[in-house]
Design a protein around this ligand. Structure first.
Ligand SMILES: N[C@@H](CCC(=O)N[C@@H](CS)C(=O)NCC(=O)O)C(=O)O
Length: 224
């Protein structure tokens, strides 16, 4: 039986969603973030040395990294579903989006999170204006323009088809959902980019997405 070690409000939501899309049986072990630090509880360190979520166990296998988990599940249990055929142009696009989501798009979103936190962090009063000044400068000069560039690019890509790889929904859409939900929560994604907002509406309307929320608990993007 597959066990998903699921941290509340985290990207392990995507793993539950894919399992629901594939109709695979699984068990959830729930872990709660520390309400002050938002970090995972130390019990997760007993599952994997990095102590992060998602991590799954499947028999003797323990696997971390959300992208690796999605690929493992769809390869092992998908029987060809939700992945384009090998050797097709769609498969190349699939591989691209699977890597792009974390390799490119998450970086400026995480930087935004860090600098937003820096502006709010408790510190001696004399340090506050300096910290706020640095945060505002980095965000304005680099982070926000980078996020905008990604969002413009993605809005253009969805002019070609409803889903990232093409006309068919795939695991790459599951992988892309986290940066886009993060972008809506803290990266300025709004109605000015109707195709990306449409993508979020479409994924949230999927029965498997809703079922994953029912089983995993409500999902709100917080930290990393
Ligand atoms: N690159 C990893 C990131 C894992 C990660 O940072 N997970 C976050 C939740 S989205 C986490 O466990 N945060 C709590 C902590 O760092 O203690 C993945 O995609 O799975």
């Amino acid at each position: 039986m597959i066990v998903v070690h699921h941290l509340n409000n985290s990207r392990s939501q995507r793993v539950l969603w894919l399992l629901e899309e594939l109709g695979i049986e699984y068990e959830i072990r729930h872990y709660q973030r520390d309400p002050q630090t938002m970090l995972a509880p130390k019990e997760l360190l007993a599952v994997h040395p990095l102590g992060k979520s998602p991590v799954i166990t499947d028999g003797a296998l323990t696997l971390a990294e959300s992208g690796a988990i999605l690929e493992y599940l769809v390869d092992r249990y998908g029987h060809g579903r939700l992945v384009p055929g090998a050797g097709t142009p769609e498969r190349v696009r699939y591989t691209y989006w699977m890597h792009y989501a974390k390799g490119s798009m998450m970086s400026p979103l995480l930087m935004k999170l860090v600098f937003d936190q820096m502006e709010k962090a408790k510190m001696p009063f004399f340090a506050k204006p300096i910290a706020k000044g640095i945060a505002a400068k980095v965000k304005g000069a680099f982070v926000v323009p980078q996020i905008q560039r990604h969002l413009d690019y993605l809005e253009g890509e969805l002019a070609k088809s409803d889903w990232f790889v093409g006309q068919d929904f795939s695991t790459a859409d599951v992988q892309m959902s986290f940066p886009l939900e993060a972008a809506q929560a803290r990266g300025g994604l709004n109605a000015s980019r109707p195709r990306l907002m449409g993508f979020l509406e479409r994924i949230r309307a999927r029965p498997a997405y809703k079922k994953a929320l029912e089983r995993g608990g409500p999902f709100e993007i917080l930290g990393g």
